[in-house]
Design a protein around this ligand. Structure first.
Ligand code: LRH
Ligand code: MN
Ligand code: MN
Length: 386
């Protein structure tokens, strides 16, 4: 096999999970802009996700958010996904949209609120049992707004206790994925603000607990690829939430704001042996002003392009330049790969998979957008941003 064939073979295995909520209406706290043809229920979200997979061949799973995707029968929803050529992926918990959670969820000072949050998290594991999902993703909106509002250490103790209870409920093949976020909605202290805190909790919990890196959840200038390299080295990287940011947690299309950063991240993934199904490569974004399905197709393509470039890095030449201390050559090897136009290569990969080489054009020509606009009235909101 030539090196190029190996790159192509790797690209054919790529799977990007799309989030159910990206198909719904969304916005900012200022305004949710309703679009035409938006799904009215989880089944219609899956129908749109199936189109993304049909035209990219690289989006076989869909993440759920509970209760945004609440249904009576989760096994039936999983079966429906299968009929559409999809599988249900990560179950995302939601302990941030209930009045009870004003002062937090599993870190709340009141034991009754902590119990309510824990019950929800345990219910998410029940749902995973029904859907066959492997991963439970926890993002906690817990924190405080004012110094002195609550005891920072006591909140960590409550967090550890809550996480341990969820961890104890996991099946052998299930994982707890802990997502950190620098700030928001709390502004003074956040209970899981960074990878170090998430890592410390996951380390204590055990092998089935791993960290989620959401690319939008860092301070400007943070070297995210360093975090990725470190977590991979410690076998504690569980998943990505890909999206783009200019300022804060903007949730723009992955690879739109800083494609070079996405390349650097994917290079560390490839370098660290992380390009495997063990790591969930998920999108976590919303499309407030752009058409949703094509935006998700574009995002999947952006992840594919960053991955192709990362796979093209001449690692032998890079290792030689690094060992020789040749700073300029080493940097040039990396930049050569980044500056390669991989679009023709990906078009070839798609053709070899029996797909249209141009997923955006194929979607446009498919008539699906016209179909959903004509048949769906009153689309659902993604769940937040109102
Ligand atoms: C929090 C977050 C988390 C949520 C999602 C909707 O900002 O990234 O992953 O579940 O947004
Ligand atoms: Mn996220
Ligand atoms: Mn986020």
């Amino acid at each position: 096999m030539t090196e190029l064939d190996a790159v192509k073979a790797a690209l054919k295995t790529q799977a990007v999970e799309t989030p159910s909520w990206a198909y719904g209406n969304s916005g900012t706290r200022f305004k949710v802009f309703a679009q035409q043809g938006v799904p009215r229920d989880p089944r219609e979200k899956l129908a749109d996700a199936a189109k993304v997979h049909e035209f990219t061949g690289a989006a076989p799973t869909v993440a759920l958010h509970i209760p945004w995707d609440k249904v009576d029968d989760y096994a039936a929803l999983a079966k429906h996904a299968e009929e559409l050529g999809l599988r249900l992926g990560t179950v995302n918990s939601n302990t941030f949209q209930d009045d009870a959670y004003k002062l937090g969820s599993v870190c709340h000072p009141d034991a009754a609120v902590r119990r309510k949050a824990l019950d929800h998290l345990l219910e998410c594991v029940d749902i995973m049992d029904a859907t066959g999902s492997k991963d439970l993703k926890l993002w906690l909106a817990d924190g405080t707004n004012y110094p002195g509002q609550d005891d920072i250490r006591a909140r960590q103790d409550r967090l550890a206790e809550g996480l341990a209870a969820v961890y104890g409920r996991l099946g052998d093949d299930q994982r707890l994925l802990l997502e950190y976020k620098l700030f928001e909605p709390a502004f003074y202290s956040t209970d899981v603000p960074d990878w170090g805190t998430a890592y410390a909790h996951c380390l204590k919990l055990g092998e089935k607990a791993q960290v989620v890196v959401d690319t939008g959840h860092h301070a400007p200038g943070t070297n995210i690829e360093f975090i990725v390299a470190t977590l991979l080295r410690e076998r504690k990287l569980g998943a990505f939430d890909f999206n783009s940011r200019f300022y804060a947690d903007d949730d723009l299309m992955a690879g739109a704001a800083d494609p070079f950063q996405l390349f650097r991240i994917m290079y560390e993934v490839v370098r660290g042996g992380g390009f495997t199904p063990e790591i969930a490569f998920m999108l976590d974004q919303c499309h407030n002003i752009e058409a949703k399905i094509p935006a998700i197709i574009r995002s999947v393509m952006n992840v594919q392009e960053a991955t192709a470039k990362a796979l093209l890095v001449d690692r032998d030449a890079l290792a030689r330049a690094q060992a020789a201390g040749d700073v300029l050559d080493a940097n040039a090897v990396l930049m050569d790969a980044y500056n390669t136009d991989v679009r023709p290569l990906l078009a070839e990969v798609r053709e070899e998979l029996g797909l249209d080489p141009d997923p955006m054009g194929a979607y446009r020509r498919s008539g699906w957008q016209e179909h959903i606009v004509a048949t769906r009235v009153g689309g659902t909101q993604a769940g937040w941003g109102a």
